[in-house]
Structures are given as structure tokens and as C-alpha cells.
Design a binder for this molecule. Structure first.
Ligand code: AMP
Length: 201
């Protein structure tokens, strides 16, 4: 299966992606992880991305689309993948559509984890306080606020883009982790039985 998982920072997207990767043996394509690896390795992409990521802004579309284009053609993606944190702009979603078309592939599901922003901010700030200094450079309350704002402005339209194509499914990300996993599993089962006929491309 080829799945896109959308959701703001703190929505549990990474946790759900990891669960799906294990259960369905999919390749896990997290642009955040790939960019952090590039930053650590000081590659040209990493050098360009480091400061942008620390601010909580988005790395330019051409850079992330390039990263995904390279990754998607690797052998472990042949049996399916989950895109976690990509696409984050409508331009990226369009780039992905073109990429998949070129490979004669389509998406089986686009899932958005929806959240209550106030509860989410409280959750993230608590996590940032508890783990102060021990986590990612962009996991402090100021950057998290910026990342949420960026999500609202630049990434929420991606959900609308897929909704327009008739391929978006929403799951309440504020439910307990197991309940969210259960809902995602149930909707993917439904997708399988309709054999991708509603694919979003
Ligand atoms: P994440 O781990 O998905 O929260 O991503 C961490 C940071 O990496 C984001 O705040 C962005 O700066 C950058 N990033 C990750 N994915 C993308 C993307 N698809 N487009 C632009 N920037 C991204």
C-alpha cells in the first residue's frame, strides 16, 4: 500500500506511521528524519536545511521533492511506503502526483489526523518541559508554536487538495494511541476491499 499520513506536530503522526510500518511491512519515508540525517551528515541539503528547521519553517519544496524522488525509487519502496511529513505544501502534493504518475503508481489512502489545537499545544509544551535539552532542537515551545502556524497556513491546504480529489480520510488524533491505530486499521481494511478504486493519485 502507498499511504500519506498528514497531521500537525504532536498529533501522533510519527507513532502511527511507525505502527503501520511494522504491521504492514511498508517503507517509512519521513522527510523530517531524512532531513535530520542530512543535517547530521552535513550534506549540501543538510547545510541548507539546518537553520530553516531550527526556526520551524519549511525547507524549500524543490529540496524535499528531490529527496523523496530519490528515495521512492529505491527497491524497498516497491512493495509500498508510508509518507510521514510529506507533502507539506500543495506544491509538494502536486510534485508527488507527478512523480507517482511517472512511475505509474497511485496512492491508496491519504489520512489526516485531526487535533484540538489548544489541547495539542498543552501536550507539546508539557513534553518539551519534561524532556528539556534532551530532544530535538525544534521541540521547544516557541518553535512548536511556529510549526503549528506553518501547518495551519501551508499544510492544511494539502488536506483540502486531497479532499478535492476525493481521497482524504480523517481520524481523530486526540483519541488514545490504540484507538487511533484501530481506526486507521479499519479504514485501511475498507480501502483494501475496494481495491484502491478511490485512490487519490
Ligand atoms: P518533522 O519531523 O516531520 O516534524 O519535520 C521537522 C522539520 O523538518 C520541519 O519543521 C521542517 O522544517 C522540515 N521538514 C520536514 N518535512 C518537510 C517537508 N515535507 N517540507 C518542508 N520541510 C520539511
Amino acid at each position: 500500500m502507498r499511504i500519506v499520513l498528514l497531521g500537525p506536530p504532536g498529533s501522533g503522526k510519527g507513532t502511527q506511521a511507525a505502527e503501520l510500518v511494522d504491521r504492514l511491512s511498508l517503507a517509512h519515508l519521513s522527510t523530517g528524519d531524512m532531513l535530520r540525517a542530512a543535517v547530521a551528515a552535513k550534506t549540501p541539503v543538510g547545510v541548507r536545511a539546518a537553520e530553516i528547521m531550527e526556526r520551524g519553517d519549511l525547507v524549500p519544496d524543490d529540496v524535499v521533492i528531490g529527496v523523496i524522488a530519490d528515495r521512492i525509487s529505491e527497491p524497498d519502496c516497491a512493495d509500498g511506503f508510508i509518507l510521514d511529513g510529506f507533502p507539506r505544501t500543495v506544491a509538494q502534493a502536486e510534485g508527488l502526483s507527478r512523480l507517482l504518475e511517472g512511475l505509474r503508481l497511485s496512492l491508496d489512502a491519504v489520512i489526516e489526523l485531526t487535533v484540538d489545537e489548544e489541547a495539542l499545544l498543552a501536550r507539546i509544551e508539557k513534553r518539551a518541559r519534561e524532556t528539556e535539552g534532551a530532544t530535538r532542537a525544534d521541540d521547544n515551545p516557541d518553535t512548536v508554536r511556529r510549526r503549528l502556524e506553518v501547518y495551519r497556513k501551508q499544510t492544511a491546504p494539502v488536506a483540502a487538495y486531497y479532499e478535492g480529489k476525493g481521497g482524504l480520510r480523517r481520524v481523530n488524533g486526540m483519541l488514545p494511541v490504540e484507538a487511533v491505530s484501530g481506526e486507521i486499521a479499519a479504514l485501511l481494511d475498507r480501502v483494501k476491499t475496494t481495491s484502491g478504486s478511490e485512490a487519490a493519485g
